[in-house]
Design a protein around this ligand. Structure first.
Ligand SMILES: [Zn+2]
Length: 449
């Protein structure tokens, strides 16, 4: 990929452009470089972001769903210009492993060892391409909460104890109206101390949710307390937003404003506009409302959340808890902003506290760990930069290629090898052409107009 001189030039221009914009307006945030943890990176190094997730390659209802579960590790360069960032070709596969092997600490270490070794070499020595010396820095590991806790050496249970990887809040405290500044934050020294205690006495796990050393502890620049940002897609779009919509609709039904059947009809008959048509969500069926479950992709859930007051315009005014939606919508709009303004952090903090208060008064039994995670976005953006640069949205889209290949080949003898071979042949073909082409000839998106 980096053999394309045109692309290299665009990347360095992008870094330069962002630096100039920040120099002119110091409140702007474009990436982790403008956040609190950005100080640790060299200005000319290219930032490497890792992603980790488990995927099921076969039918999720089939008998072999657990047998063919894979852990996928991807990486992407954070400094690639925004027009390329959503292209799946710019997300690269690092490693594939059967998920069952990572449950064993020794096997997990053996799996991560070559990844750590290569990344450390890259960070220490860099590489030279066509006489140009490039240096790299590891930035963050992006993942859902379960995978982040696995990578950080935290417990994988969120319904008890200290469930948060940023602070020491306990499960019983999450429903109290305590200011976040009063809850102790996890510090590097404290965390290392806890890990040492566990190594000396393995029977003491979990110790404040820490269950042991991280499998990536040898990676230069990685620490469980400073390298695992929150994921906006899982926490907000697929988590709290969907839960609030379903709670509001259920309340509308309980207050006899509208029935489940009428809700389904409304969604089926609603005409989505030109920009929403590609993310049009499927209608919420009666059984989904009864099970508190929304069947849709993250993009469809986001579209539905934004159009909710229009689809149910006559219903929302009659709902006493609609204020929860309004506050959450404000929070979501702020968190999705790119570039972010440091001045908005204070407003975001206030909104998050208001959201917690309204949740306590309208849906106290719906305050899940994710409701606490949302309160921390002020700190997360301050530390890691804009949240959209740390989300899993495009990485998750990359899974579909591997799922399709497995289904089409029907080859289950050595799935990781088969996936890696085919993937790299595809990437060689794509980037083999890119180095010869001008960037203007590389399509960055196609849409019917
Ligand atoms: Zn916390």
């Amino acid at each position: 990929m980096l053999k394309s001189q045109r692309l290299l030039l665009e990347i360095s221009e992008n870094i330069q452009q962002q630096r100039i914009s920040v120099e002119n307006d110091s409140y702007l945030m474009f990436s982790i470089r403008d956040g609190h943890y950005g100080n640790r990176f060299d200005e000319d190094s290219l930032l490497i972001q890792l992603y980790l997730d488990d995927i099921g390659l076969t039918n999720p209802l089939g008998a072999k769903r657990d047998k063919h579960k894979m852990t996928m590790v991807y990486f992407s360069l954070e400094d690639v210009p925004d027009k390329y960032r959503s292209k799946l070709d710019f997300i690269q596969l690092v490693a594939v492993c059967e998920s069952k092997h990572l449950k064993n600490d020794v096997k997990a270490q053996r799996f991560f060892a070559p990844i750590i070794e290569n990344l450390n070499k890259l960070q220490l020595h860099g590489i030279s391409i066509h006489g140009v010396h490039l240096t790299f820095s590891f930035s963050t590991v992006v993942a859902d909460n379960l995978a982040s806790h696995f990578v950080g050496g935290f417990q994988s249970c969120f319904n008890g104890g200290h469930f948060c990887r940023r602070c020491y809040i306990t499960y019983s405290e999450k429903n109290l109206m305590i200011s976040l500044s009063k809850i102790q934050t996890r510090l590097i020294i404290d965390h290392d101390d806890l890990v040492d205690k566990i190594i000396n006495d393995p029977n003491r796990v979990p110790l404040k949710a820490v269950i042991g050393p991280s499998p990536l502890r040898e990676l230069i620049g990685f620490h469980p307390t400073t390298s695992l940002p929150r994921d906006l897609m899982h926490d907000l779009i697929e988590g709290i937003c969907s839960m609030i919509i379903i709670s509001l609709l259920k309340q509308a039904s309980a207050l006899r404003i509208i029935t489940y059947i009428r809700m389904q009809e409304r969604m089926e008959q609603f005409q989505y506009g030109k920009f929403d048509s590609s993310n049009q969500p499927p209608p919420l069926l009666v059984k989904h409302l009864q099970n508190n479950h929304m069947v849709a992709t993250a993009a469809q859930k986001l579209c539905f959340f934004k159009r909710f007051p229009i689809i149910f315009n006559d219903v929302v005014d009659l709902l006493p808890s609609f204020i929860v939606y309004k506050v959450l919508r404000e929070i979501l709009d702020l968190i999705l902003s790119y570039p972010f303004r440091k001045k908005w952090l204070h407003v975001l903090g206030e909104l998050c506290d208001t959201f917690h208060e309204t949740m306590l008064s309208h849906f106290p039994d719906k305050i899940t760990p994710k409701a606490h995670f949302i309160r921390e976005y002020k700190y997360m953006i301050n530390d890691f930069g804009p949240a959209v640069k740390q989300w899993c949205f495009r990485y998750e889209a990359n899974h579909s290629y591997f799922k399709k290949i497995t289904a089409r080949t029907n080859n289950f003898k050595n799935i990781p090898k088969m996936l890696v071979t085919r993937y790299h042949l595809k990437q060689c073909l794509t980037f083999g052409h890119l180095s010869q082409l001008q960037s203007s000839q590389y399509s960055v998106g196609m849409k019917k107009v």
